[in-house]
Ligand binder design. Structure first.
Ligand SMILES: Nc1ncnc2c1ncn2[C@@H]1O[C@H](COP(=O)(O)OP(=O)(O)O)[C@@H](O)[C@H]1O
Ligand SMILES: [Mg+2]
Length: 254
């Protein structure tokens, strides 16, 4: 699929131009695998992820999950189905949580919205415990938590309905090093204990190394390199990838 946006006009009289956020791209995500997406800012990572989630319409091409069409022109039923299959965590744990809702309501929202059967309150408590939050967190509001705890809440919400696919758009970037390591452990554990498929945008190579089987490298809306995480990180073939890797500190021992 691809995605163009109207480019900003420089003068009122200029003809409308388009800017390609994502050039025609084929991406297969194998069930149960974990794909890392790296690339400089503005390279099209978020655009790609939004298309995969049916949050944005491709200018050309289609997106399907399990052979089912889920791009934004798909039926409401298919998009609902997609929401059931996917969980999403964004970068900013401050902006992504509704300040008027308690942590319990936030985490439980997908269970009610998607009409997930079972004891929903129990599931909320269970998933809060899973991300390392105290049971009392249920009745507290986002501003009562630290940034790291908020990102745990965001993660709990993303996994509450047991999605098969978890998508993160730089979910660890806003966190300090210690908290980042803790949440990373959580994600590694989650992958170990479930057959979650992961699509993970990150500019932290350590994160990609610990979490992803394969890596896609993006530049100016193009995939410039892809392959197993090991191959891409240890033996990058493109100068762009080499430069990108050189610019990012690698956590030793990971
Ligand atoms: N809604 C939008 N309207 C116009 N341009 C956009 C929009 N979203 C993204 N773009 C442009 O598309 C390009 C890719 O953006 P994005 O996918 O957000 O990159 P990344 O996530 O890698 O930083 C950028 O040049 C950005 O300015
Ligand atoms: Mg982005």
């Amino acid at each position: 699929m691809s995605r163009d946006f109207p480019a900003r006009k420089r003068t009122a009289f200029e003809r409308t131009r388009t800017q390609t956020a994502l050039a025609p791209t084929d991406l297969d995500v194998i069930e149960g695998s974990s794909v890392g997406i790296i690339g400089e800012s503005g390279s099209g990572k978020s655009t790609l992820v939004r298309l995969l989630l049916g949050l944005d319409r491709p200018t050309s091409g289609t997106v399907s999950v399990d052979g089912r069409r889920v791009d934004a022109r798909a039926s409401a039923r298919s998009l609902h189905w997609l929401r059931r299959q996917t969980g999403l965590v964004f970068q900013d744990p401050y902006a992504s949580l509704d300040p008027r809702m308690t942590a319990g309501q936030i985490v439980g929202e997908p269970l009610w919205a998607l009409d997930i059967p079972g004891d929903r309150r129990a599931r909320v408590r269970e998933v809060l415990a899973q991300v390392g939050l105290e049971p009392e967190a249920v009745d507290r509001y986002p501003h009562e938590f630290s940034g790291g705890q908020r990102q745990r809440i965001a993660l709990a919400r993303a996994i509450a309905h047991r999605p098969r696919i978890l998508v993160g758009d730089e979910p660890l970037s806003a966190l300090d090093v210690t908290v980042r390591a803790q949440i990373l452990e959580l994600l590694v554990e989650l992958r170990r204990t479930s057959d979650l498929t992961l699509v993970f945008v990150s500019h932290d190579i350590g994160v990609v190394q610990s979490l992803c089987d394969t890596v896609v490298v993006m530049k100016d809306g193009h995939v410039v390199e892809r392959g197993s995480t090991r191959d891409v990180l240890l033996h990058p073939t493109q100068d762009y990838t080499k430069a990108l890797l050189a610019a990012i500190p690698v956590i030793p021992g990971r």
